[in-house]
Design a binder for this molecule. Structure first.
Ligand SMILES: Nc1nc2c(ncn2[C@@H]2O[C@H](COP(=O)(O)OP(=O)(O)OP(=O)(O)O)[C@@H](O)[C@H]2O)c(=O)[nH]1
Ligand SMILES: [Mg+2]
Length: 197
């Protein structure tokens, strides 16, 4: 297979959560660490892509990952800006992306999705249970030119990217996964039972 690296998107403002979600914990593990650990078995390198206020904090906490900040030009434009930043900083063919707010994600889900990565596609993403998860999947660097075009024109929607690309949508017929794996946390209500686990 072509070279793949991992990217944990951690450059959001966590406005609804009220403090940086990446540092919330599930069972004593930081959310971002759960994503990092899920990626490591399948990639050469893991990047954490965040914003300037959090970079120093990440750097103090990790040893094996590369911490980078969103390209200044597209900062504030959301996950697509994070993906673009990582593509620009590496020569890897594929970037496997995870968000920093999915505390039930596991390496076997990443591994199953990696098994669908194929040169015939530009993107492999999950649509388990009828829900598109654009932040759980692999993006080929071929998509970079579209991403750049979109960011330049202020279109920050991952979904728009799919219109330009050949996408393999992976769902429960391709491999079974528990619905909870894709559960994400946006606010403190959604975090309450996780904090109590
Ligand atoms: N690198 C990068 N990641 C982002 C950016 N915006 C959102 N993300 C990440 O994308 C994932 C999903 O984003 P949201 O659920 O909207 O999180 P958020 O933007 O931090 O939270 P809200 O401020 O409440 O919308 C999280 O892992 C975020 O950290 C961005 O501009 N750059
Ligand atoms: Mg957001």
């Amino acid at each position: 297979m072509e070279r793949m690296i991992g990217a944990v998107l951690a450059g959001g403002q966590s406005r609804r959560f009220g403090s940086p979600k990446a540092f919330a914990k599930r069972k004593d593990q930081y959310f971002f660490q759960i994503a990092v650990d899920a990626l490591h078995p399948f990639v050469k390198e893991v990047y954490i892509v965040s914003h300037p206020d959090l970079v120093a904090r990440f750097e103090r906490m990790v040893t094996n990952e590369k911490v980078v900040m969103d390209e200044e030009r597209y900062r504030g434009q959301g996950p697509l800006a994070g993906l673009y930043t990582v593509m620009k900083q590496t020569e890897a063919d594929w970037i496997f992306v995870l968000p920093c707010d999915m505390p039930y994600i596991q390496s076997d889900t990443v591994g199953r999705m990696v098994s669908y990565v194929d040169h015939a596609f530009d993107i492999v993403v999950s649509t388990h249970f009828g829900r598109l998860q654009p932040l759980v999947g692999a993006y080929h660097r071929r998509t970079m030119k579209w991403i750049e075009h979109m960011l330049q024109h202020g279109d920050n929607r991952m979904r728009s990217l799919f219109e330009h690309c050949s996408v393999r949508y992976v769902n429960e017929q391709d491999f079974g996964a528990e619905e909870i794996v894709f559960r994400n946390v946006n606010d403190l209500d959604e975090y309450a039972d996780i904090a109590a686990e």
